[in-house]
Design a protein around this ligand. Sequence first.
Ligand code: SF4
Length: 568
Amino acid sequence: MKPGRGFLPTTVSEMEGMGWRELDVLLVTGDAYVDHPSFGAALLGRWLSSHGFKVGVISQPQWDKPEALTGMGRPRLFAGVSAGSLDSMLAHYTAFRKKRSDDAYTPGGRAGARPNRACIAYTGLVKAAFPGLPVVLGGIEASMRRASHYDFWSDAVRRSILLDSKADLLVYGMGERQVLELARRMADAGPAAKPRAALTGIPGTAFMGDEADVPEGAPLVRLPAHEDIVEDPRQLMASTLSLEAQLRSGAWALQPHAGRSVVFAPPASPLSSEELDRLYSLGFTRDPHPSYKEAIPAVEMIRFSVTSHRGCAGGCSFCSLALHQGRGLSSRSASSMEAEVRSLTGHPEWSGSITDVGGPSANMWGASCKADPAACGRSSCLTPAICPRFQDDQKALTALLRRLKSLPGVKHLRVASGVRHDLALRSPAYAEALIREFTGGQLKLAPEHSCPKVLELMRKPAFASFERFLSVFERESRSAGKEQFVVPYLISAFPGCTDSDMRLLAAWLKKKGWKPRQVQCFIPLPGTVAGAMFHAGVDPSGRPIHVARGDAERLRQHHILIPSDFRA
Ligand code: SF4
C-alpha cells in the first residue's frame, strides 16, 4: 500500500508500496504526523527525501514498547528524535504545574499521547528497539536543554539532555543543514565505520567529547561546569549569557559535566533565501496523515498560514524561539510565497482565507543587519532602542502582503503572528496597511507589561511605543470605519516584577476600560535568560532582583490582573 499522497511511509506496507526495502533514516516525533511545513518531522523528512534519502516517520509511539518502532525495520543510518513542536513539559503542565487536559498537536486534541521528557523517553525506546543505532536529538526541547538548564517542573538544574537521554548527537537550532550533513557523512562512512567520526563537529550540533574535539586555534567559549552551576545559581546566568554570545559569535563552546564535556560546534548558518524557497516548494499537502480519524486542533489553526521568514531580532529574554531559530533573519522570496499561496487555493478545504503571513514575528520579513552580526555584543537588535544597523523593509513587506491578497481565490489575508509594534511605528505605511487591510477585527500585540524595569528585564520595548501604536491603531480603525480591538498579551510574575508593578499595569488597563484575557503567568523556560533570572534571582548584570517564586505569590500577581482565573 502506498502512503497517502505526499506522505512519507509510517508502516512497512507503505514502505513496500514505495518500493523501499529499507529506510535510511527513521524520524520519531511527539507530534501527530502532519504534512505541513510547521511540523518538524514533515519538514526534515521532506528535506532529506528531496536529497535522495529514504525517510520513515513514527509519530507519538507508545513509549514503553520498543516494538512500536520496529515495524519498518532498522534504519540504515540513524534515528532522529524530537519531542515535537513544544517542550513536552510545557505541553503537559500549566504555570502552576497542573496537568493540562489538551494537546493541540494530537488527534482529538487530547493530552497523553507523548511522554514527559519525550526526548529522553524516545531515545531509550530507539536504543531498545535498535541497539547500536545512532540517535540524534532535535527540535525545541533538545535545543533549549542542550546545556545545563533550570527545569521549572522539577525546580532543579538539570544536566544537558545529551547526558540524560544518552543520545549520540544533539541538533540545536533549525536542523536542515545538520541532518543532511549527518546523513551524508553516515552514508559515506558505510556500515563498518565507527560512527563517532561522522558524528562530531557538524555545525549546529552538540556531542560528548573534550577539548581535543575543538579545532586548534578555533574561538572557544568555556561555559561554567554543571556541578558549579548546581552549587551556585548565579553560574546559570553566566552560562546562559555565554551560550547566547556563542550563538552570535559562531564560536565553539564547551561545558564540563562530571569529568566529561558537552562540546558545542559553532551554530549552523541559517538557510539562505534560495534554500528556504526550495524547502517550502517541496509540495506539502498541509494535511494530517490519512490514518487519523479525528481533527488535530493545531492543523485547523495553521493549515493556511504562510511562513515568510525565520529568526527574530528581538531577543526577548523569556522566548525560546529566538534562541532556537537565532537572531539572524532569513527570508523567503516574494515569488516563493506567491507560488505557495497559489497552491493553497487549490486545496480541497480552501475557503479563501490566508490566516497568517509571518514568522516568529510578523514584520521582520526582509530585515537584516548592515554590519557583521558575529562582531555584535548586543543581546537584542531592537531594545533598549532599535540598533542603527538594523535594516527593515516594511514597505516591501506591505507590497508583498497586498500582492498575496490580490491573487485569484484569496478573499482575506490576516496577519496573526506577533507584530513588533516598535518596529511597525518606523513604517507608517506598513502600520496603516496592517490595521486597515490585514487585521480581522482583533490584533494581538505583546506589550507584556507596562513597568519600565520589568520591560527592561524582558528586553521588550518601552511601553510608550505600545501606547503610540495604540493611538495609530485607534485612529486608522476609526477612519477605515472598522470596529476592531487590540488584544494585549501580558505576563504576570515575571522575575523582577512585584505586586505593586502588577497594580500599576492593572490601573492602566482599568483606565483604558480593558479586561485582559491573554495573561500568562510566567513560566521559566529551559535555556532562556529569564529562566536563569528566575532560578538565580539576579538580572543579567548580576544585580539581585525580586522573584515571585512560590505559587501563592505567583497566583496573587496573576489575580491582580485576572481575579477569577483559576486555570492558569
Ligand atoms: S549590529 Fe545591530 S542589527 Fe546587527 S546584530 Fe547587532 S544589534 Fe542586530
